[in-house]
Design a protein around this ligand. Structure first.
Ligand code: XUL
Ligand code: CO
Length: 439
């Protein structure tokens, strides 16, 4: 089925040329073999391409149809197009030097007329993807099932008030887990796009959350049974498409995982634009996940600060990326997760080269952020200040408090002895200016 057609003629392998290069089809900061923080950049990031944004969505929005011409989408046979799209995607990743990809079941293969036909379609594409992986060395970062686009999921998948929808969702998750295991995927993602509500008055939230917990336990048990040794990931997002989504933010999901006994198998996939939708910074969400030992992977993008939507821009905000990389480095890296570009080119970026330029911009942004974050970690003025801010807990009564050796009565009694505490400056502006001097 594989053709020799070249989908991006005129574009060769993208290489590192250094910060002074003016070539827009070259890396200025992402040097895959350069070692930072004990690992090569390639190992630190494990960059992944998101199949859906770059190869499925031609740029349509609620106000108009797509603007990009997909040269792999020209047949009347959707399966033929799916095979062509696979070739195009692997050509793109090979030329970019992107080592991983991520997909939803429906990105890879079209939905069939029956459950069986859908599973067969997916299997055919997965077999071919396996061959492509062997030929190129490109690997699967994570697979997932699209449980939000089809009308049957309008009231949710695992949380649907109608039980009849749940078997359908299970059939998709089962097939997507089979696909992920067959392709050696390191992770499996659940993003609960419609797992939430649009109207609380017609919703039994407790029942729906119990159903979601049970469904995820079943998926975990099935995955482990078929030999999936990777990490299950939940991707928090507060809203859109639902008015309220149950996986609201990192803190909410961590509570949910513990409540339903999922914390040993699941971690979090933190997306920058979802963080800001929840009125958190990207770094905040990463920090919350990391502090709970549940930072699994990252969906790299950024939102438009002037509106509240999930605009999924390619990440070019150096400051935001630097804050993120600081958390990642302090966490000891992203482990078996990666940095998936859950990002789309703007609707009016219509040249075929634009998805190359966009990925280069994103990879260069994070590479540069990594270099800066590494510098900041070695910047004693910041790190010492942060540590010293808490030094009163290192000895005496502060240490006794931390160790649980003081009760409230004893703690309150110290107020009489200590009197009014002296004010301790937080030195925010100083730290901000040191950060700027490292950029
Ligand atoms: C939606 C989103 C998804 C997930 C995978 O906002 O981020 O693409 O990453 O389902
Ligand atoms: Co995402």
């Amino acid at each position: 089925m594989s053709t020799n057609k070249e989908y991006f003629p005129g574009i060769e392998r993208i290489f590192y040329q250094g910060p002074d290069s003016n070539d827009h089809l070259a890396f200025r900061y992402y040097d895959e073999n350069f070692v930072v923080g004990g690992k090569t950049m390639k190992e630190q990031f494990r960059f992944a391409m998101a199949y859906w944004h770059s190869f499925c969505n031609a740029g349509s929005d609620p106000f108009g149809s797509g603007t990009r011409h997909f040269t792999w989408n020209v047949s009347n046979d959707p399966m033929e197009n799916a095979f062509a799209k696979l070739d195009a995607a692997f050509e793109f990743m090979s030329k970019m030097g992107i080592p991983f990809y991520c997909f939803h079941d429906r990105d890879l293969a079209p939905e069939g007329a029956t459950v069986q036909e859908s599973a067969d379609n997916l299997k055919a594409l997965v077999d071919r993807a396996g061959e492509k992986q062997s030929e190129t060395g490109i690997r699967l970062l994570w697979g997932t099932a699209n449980l939000f686009s089809h009308p049957r999921y309008m009231n949710g998948a695992a949380t649907n008030p109608d039980f009849n929808v749940l078997p359908y969702a299970a059939s998709q998750v089962k097939a997507a887990l089979d696909a992920t295991v067959q392709l050696g995927g390191d992770n499996y993602v659940f993003w609960g796009g419609r797992e939430g509500y649009s109207f609380l008055m017609n919703t039994d939230m407790k029942k729906e959350l119990d159903h979601m917990g049970r469904f995820l336990q079943m998926a975990r048990d099935y995955g482990r049974k078929i030999g999936f040794e990777g990490t299950f990931l939940i991707e928090p997002k507060p809203m859109e498409p639902s008015l309220h989504q149950y996986d609201f933010d990192a803190a909410t999901v961590i509570g949910f995982l513990h409540q339903y006994g999922l914390e040993n198998d699941f971690k979090l996939n933190i997306e920058a634009n979802h963080a800001t939708l929840a009125n958190h910074s990207f770094a905040h969400e990463l920090r919350v996940a990391s502090d709970a030992n549940l930072l699994g992977s990252i969906d790299a993008n950024h939102g438009e600060p002037l509106n509240g939507w999930d605009t999924d821009n390619f990440p070019t905000n150096l400051y935001e990326a630097t804050e993120a990389m600081l958390v990642v480095l302090e966490s000891g890296g992203i482990g078996n997760g990666g940095f998936n570009f859950d990002a789309k080119t703007r609707r009016n970026s219509t040249d075929p080269e634009d998805i190359f330029i966009a990925h280069i911009a994103g990879m260069d942004t994070f590479a540069r952020a990594l270099l800066i974050a590494d510098k900041l970690l070695n910047e004693k003025r910041i790190m010492d200040f942060r540590n010293n801010r808490y030094q009163s807990f290192n000895t005496g009564n502060g240490l006794a408090f931390e160790n649980g050796d003081l009760n409230l009565n004893e703690l309150a009694a110290l107020a009489h002895q200590y009197g009014e505490p002296e004010l301790q400056s937080g030195k925010q502006e100083l730290i901000e200016s040191i950060i700027n001097s490292c950029i």
